[in-house]
Design a protein. Structure first.
Lengths: 308, 329
C-alpha cells in the first residue's frame, strides 16, 4: 500500500533535505507559486540565501485563496523548527492565528508583500519583526494620477479588484480613488473582484462591457486580471479603444505595453522583496535590530520607459 | 477503532456484494499504509514523531475528517457530493454573521448546522424528486451555495470573534487540541448511526442495491434526502472548526474541499459504487492525507512535488482496491 507515494516521498526528500545542520534554516511561505510575481520573489530570496549561506525552504499552498492550507504550512514549519519565517499572507486577518503560534514558538516572523490587518494583530497580541513590501496605496495613486493626465480628466472607468479583503488590492483601489477624487469627469462605472486571476479578469470584464458599453478605461489591481481584460476587449473587437491600466509590471504586461494593447502599469520589484525578506529574517533570527517597515521601490511603467 | 460495519446484518433484500474478508483486509491495508508512512517519516526527519507534531497533524486533519464523515454517508449510498466546500463557506458566513449580531454561541452554531442540513437536503430533493444524477445536482449546489455566501457577505470575510467561540479551535484539554475531541465525537456519533440504527443499514442497502431496497419497502426518497442533509450538517460542523481556527469566515473558503474529502473516503476503501466501506477507513484516509502534507512540509519538499505525491496516493489506493476486487471474483 502506498508504495509509489513512499518512493516518491523518499526521492523528494533527497531534494529537499537540508545539506548542513549548522546553517540557519529560513522558510519563505508564499501565497502561490503559480504567478510570475511570486516566482520572481522566490528567485530573489534564493539568490540571497545562497549568498548568505542560509538554507531556504520555499512553500506555497496549492491554491492562493486557501488560507487554511497556508496556516497548515506555517504550523508544520514551526514543528520543523525553522529559525525564522517570512510569510506573504493569503489573508490579512486569517493568517494572524498562525503568526501567533510562531510567536509562542519564539520564531521571528517577517511579513512580506501583504500587510497583516493591524486591528486583528493587535487584538490577538501578535508580533511581527518587520514588514517588507511596496507602498500599494502610493502605487494606486500613481496609476490614478496617470489617468487624470492622460485622459484630460474625462473617463468612464471599470475597476477589477483582487480577492475581497486582501489588504494589497484594497490599498491600490483606495490610492486610485484618492488620485481621481479631484476630477469630477472621471467616474467609476463598475467595480468587481476578479480574484487576481487572468481568466476571471477576462470573464468579469466581458460582463462589465455588456452592462456598460461606454466604458473607456479599465484599472485592474494586478496585471494578470488586466491581461484577461485585454483579451476580453479583443474579443469584443474594441482593441485600442479602451485604456488598460494594470499593476505589477510582469513580463506579459510589459510586452502588452510595448505592443500598445496596454497603457500603464506599476512596477514592483518582487525579487528585491524576496532578497530583503531573507536578509531581514536572518538578522531577526540573530537578534539584531531590524526596521519595522521596509518599503521596496515602485515605479510607473508606460510606453515611454517600458524598454528600460 | 469502530467495529466493522460490513459484518452487520443488512436490512431488506439488498445482497452483499463482496465477502467481508476483503473489506477487512482492505482496511488493514490502509492502516498498514498509514503506519508505514509514519515509520518512513520517523526515519527521514526528527521533527515528525514528536508529541507536539502529532497533535498538530490531528488538529490539521480535523476539518477534512469531519467533512469526510458526511461524504462517507453519501458515497456509501451510491452518490457523490460536490457541494461540501461551498456549504462550508455558506455555513461559515451564516455562523459568523450571527456571532457578530451577538447571538449566543450555541444558537449560532446550531443555526449554521441547520443551514448546512437544509441546503444539503435540497441536494437530496433534487436527486430523489428531481431524479437528477447526484453529480449534477451537487454541482449546481456547489455554485448556488458559493454564490449565496458571496451575496450574503458582499464578498468580504467576516472576522473577529469572542474568545469563548475561538476556544473551539484554540482550547486544549489535557494537552490535546479541542478540535481533536470534536472530531472524535463526530466519528463516534456517526459510527453509531451507521451500525446501530435502521437509517445506517438503509444507507448501505441503498448503495448496495437501490432497486432491491425499494422493493423491500424502504423509502428511498426519505433516506437519500437524509443522507445529503447529513453531509450538509457535517460540512457546517467543519465550518465551525474552520471559522474558529482562522478567526474569520470567508465566502471563498472551502474551495476544492470536496476533492480532499472524496480522497479521504476513497483512500479509506469506500467503494465509489456505493454499498461498501467503513467510517474507520475514512478516518485513516483523512489521516494519511494529513500526515502526508505534514511530512512533506517538514522535509521541505517542493510544493509542486507535494501535489504529485498526493495524487499518486489517491490513484494508488484505488488501484489496490481494484486489484483486490478482481482477485476475489
Amino acid at each position: 500500500m502506498l508504495a509509489g507515494a513512499l518512493l516518491a516521498a523518499g526521492a523528494a526528500c533527497n531534494r529537499g533535505a537540508p545539506s548542513d545542520d549548522a546553517r540557519p534554516r529560513i522558510a519563505l511561505v508564499l501565497k502561490t507559486l503559480n504567478s510570475p510575481f511570486f516566482i520572481e520573489m522566490q528567485r530573489g530570496a534564493v539568490e540571497a540565501a545562497n549568498r548568505l549561506q542560509v538554507d531556504l525552504v520555499v512553500q506555497a499552498a496549492e491554491r492562493e485563496i486557501d488560507v487554511e492550507k497556508q496556516m497548515q504550512i506555517i504550523e508544520n514549519l514551526i514543528q520543523a523548527r525553522v529559525s525564522a519565517l517570512a510569510v506573504t499572507p493569503s489573508g490579512s486577518r486569517e493568517v494572524v492565528p498562525a503568526v501567533g503560534k510562531a510567536n509562542q514558538a519564539n520564531i521571528p516572523v517577517v511579513i512580506v508583500d501583504t500587510r497583516l490587518d493591524t486591528a486583528t494583530a493587535q487584538q490577538a497580541g501578535v508580533k511581527t519583526v518587520s514588514f517588507v513590501g511596496s507602498d500599494n496605496y502610493r502605487g494606486g495613486q500613481l496609476i490614478g494620477e496617470y489617468l487624470v493626465k492622460a485622459s484630460g480628466g474625462r473617463a468612464r472607468v471599470a475597476l477589477l479588484e483582487g480577492i475581497p479583503g486582501h489588504e494589497t488590492g484594497d490599498s491600490r483601489v483606495r490610492g486610485f480613488r484618492e488620485a481621481i477624487k479631484g476630477s469630477p469627469g472621471i467616474t467609476i462605472a463598475a467595480s468587481q473582484p476578479a480574484n487576481w486571476e487572468r481568466d476571471q479578469g477576462f470573464t468579469v470584464f466581458q460582463n462589465m462591457l455588456q452592462a456598460n458599453p461606454d466604458l473607456d478605461t479599465v484599472f485592474a489591481c494586478n496585471d494578470m486580471m488586466a491581461l484577461g481584460a485585454i483579451e476580453a476587449i479583443a474579443a469584443a473587437g474594441r482593441t485600442g479603444k479602451i485604456r488598460v491600466l494594470g499593476f505589477d509590471a510582469v513580463d506579459d504586461a510589459r510586452k502588452a505595453i510595448a505592443a500598445g494593447t496596454m497603457e500603464a502599469t506599476v512596477a514592483q520589484f518582487p525579487s528585491e522583496m524576496g532578497r530583503i525578506a531573507v536578509e531581514t529574517a536572518l538578522k531577526a533570527m540573530k537578534g539584531e535590530s531590524v526596521p519595522a517597515d521596509v518599503t521596496v521601490r515602485i515605479g510607473l511603467v508606460t510606453r515611454e520607459n517600458v524598454n528600460e | 477503532m469502530p467495529s466493522d460495519v460490513a459484518e452487520q446484518p443488512r436490512a431488506g433484500a439488498a445482497p452483499r456484494s463482496r465477502p467481508p474478508v476483503a473489506s477487512r483486509a482492505r482496511r488493514l491495508g490502509t492502516l498498514a499504509g498509514l503506519v508505514g508512512l509514519c515509520l518512513l517519516l520517523w526515519i527521514l526527519t526528527p521533527h515528525f514523531l514528536t508529541t507536539s507534531n502529532l497533535l498538530n497533524v490531528l488538529e490539521q486533519t480535523a476539518i477534512n475528517a469531519v467533512i469526510a464523515v458526511g461524504m462517507t454517508f453519501v458515497i456509501l449510498s451510491g452518490g457523490i457530493d460536490l457541494s461540501v466546500g461551498s456549504l462550508v463557506a455558506l455555513a461559515g458566513v451564516v455562523l459568523a454573521t450571527l456571532l457578530h449580531a451577538d447571538t449566543p454561541v450555541v444558537v449560532a452554531i446550531l443555526s449554521a448546522i441547520a443551514a448546512g442540513a437544509l441546503f444539503g437536503s435540497l441536494n437530496g430533493l433534487a436527486i430523489t424528486w428531481g431524479r437528477l444524477p447526484p453529480f449534477i445536482a451537487t454541482l449546481g449546489m456547489m455554485s448556488v451555495a458559493r454564490g449565496c455566501a458571496l451575496l450574503f457577505t458582499d464578498g468580504r470575510p467576516v472576522s473577529g470573534f469572542e474568545p469563548a467561540f475561538r476556544a473551539l479551535a484554540t482550547a486544549r484539554v489535557i494537552g490535546i487540541p479541542a478540535p481533536v475531541f470534536l472530531t472524535a465525537a463526530v466519528y463516534l456519533a456517526a459510527q453509531f448511526v451507521l451500525s446501530e440504527t435502521r437509517f445506517g443499514r438503509y444507507v448501505y442497502a441503498i448503495g448496495g442495491n437501490e432497486e432491491a431496497t425499494r422493493l423491500s419497502g424502504v423509502s428511498i426518497r426519505l433516506h437519500k434526502t437524509a443522507v445529503y442533509a447529513v453531509s450538509g450538517a457535517t460540512s457546517a460542523l467543519a465550518a465551525v472548526l474552520l471559522t474558529a481556527r482562522l478567526n474569520s469566515a470567508q465566502p471563498i473558503a472551502g474551495m476544492m474541499y470536496e476533492l480532499d474529502a472524496i480522497a479521504a473516503v476513497v483512500i479509506g476503501g469506500t467503494s465509489l459504487m456505493g454499498g461498501e466501506g467503513t467510517l474507520g477507513g475514512t478516518l485513516i484516509g483523512a489521516l494519511i492525507m494529513g500526515v502526508l502534507r505534514n511530512g512533506l512540509n517538514l522535509l521541505g519538499v517542493s510544493s509542486f512535488m507535494q501535489q504529485v505525491v498526493i495524487g499518486l496516493v489517491i490513484v494508488g489506493a484505488v488501484l489496490i482496491d481494484t486489484v483486490l476486487k478482481s482477485r476475489k471474483t
